[in-house]
Design a binder for this molecule. Structure first.
Ligand SMILES: [Zn+2]
Length: 266
């Protein structure tokens, strides 16, 4: 699942090559009239808020995409073979010397009112861990509003708390702060939440600004992840087996694997 750092990198890449360029070809599967509105229009901005990507066109038009679990955007030069099948294409935007292609992105919306749209997302979503300062108090308020049966491992995926944390960062953040994903969200102190958000912020920012798309370094000592994707393997700290179970987000109840060390995390 793309996380805040991935979407940030995609938005930086698209922005670098497409801002101030005019749209020469456009196809959006979910928006059949996109061509009438956007062909020939200049791209004014590309930005992200949490895991939402926004492309702003002249004429106060804004495209929002959310990649959910499997969607992604690729950027290609003309004539380069695409890395995914054309069958999975849901949007194509050609501008300048490049073409941006969305594969399997389930949510693409087009609307008018750029400031209003961005304002709404900035208000509804928690602090963006990549683009702004973290407001721990606001995040804590939202944490306290969860019902008693919501676990911290579920709550961290809720983008109204803070935006940008996906499954990898939730697992790694909980491990690095030694907090079990099974603790009730309501039992987390403001200090513990602050520590978790700081760990997530540092790691997201580090990875967002690295050139590599694949390497995620979470510590000087360990390259790769501490627990994510390591079910059944020994914990890097204590040697006990890392556990893999299933735990989604409170709002979507999508089952996602969660990885943790039963010995290091309490
Ligand atoms: Zn351990």
């Amino acid at each position: 699942m793309p996380e805040g750092d991935t979407i940030f990198r995609i938005s930086e890449n698209l922005g670098r090559y497409m801002i101030q360029k005019s749209v020469t070809k456009i196809y959006i599967r979910a928006v059949p009239y996109a061509q009438e509105i956007l062909l020939g229009k200049k791209i004014d901005d590309v930005t992200s808020i949490g895991k939402n990507l926004f492309i702003v066109f002249e004429g106060d038009v804004i495209l929002r995409s959310h990649s959910k679990m499997f969607g992604t955007w690729h950027l290609y030069s003309h004539g380069v073979t695409w890395k995914r099948s054309a069958r999975n294409v849901v949007a194509i935007i050609e501008a300048g010397d490049v073409v941006a292609v969305a594969f399997d992105v389930p949510l693409i919306q087009l609307g008018r009112g750029v400031e209003r749209t961005l304002g709404t997302f900035r208000t509804e979503l928690g602090s963006d861990l990549i683009r702004g300062d973290i407001d721990v108090e606001v995040a804590f308020e939202r944490f306290k509003q969860f019902s008693k049966d919501v676990l911290v491992g579920e709550a961290l995926l809720d983008q109204r708390v803070v935006s940008g944390i996906g499954n990898i960062y939730r697992c790694e953040t909980l491990f690095k702060t030694r907090i079990s994903p099974y603790r009730p969200a309501s039992s987390i102190s403001v200090e513990e939440l602050g520590a978790m958000l700081e760990v997530a912020r540092v790691n997201l920012n580090f990875n967002a600004r690295e050139n590599s798309n694949l390497k995620r370094i979470f510590d000087d000592e360990v390259e790769g992840t501490f627990v994510y994707g390591r079910g059944g393997l020994p914990c890097h700290i204590c040697g006990k087996k890392v556990i893999r179970k299933v735990m989604g987000a409170p709002s979507e109840r999508v089952p996602r694997p969660i990885f943790y060390c039963p010995n290091c995390q309490l």
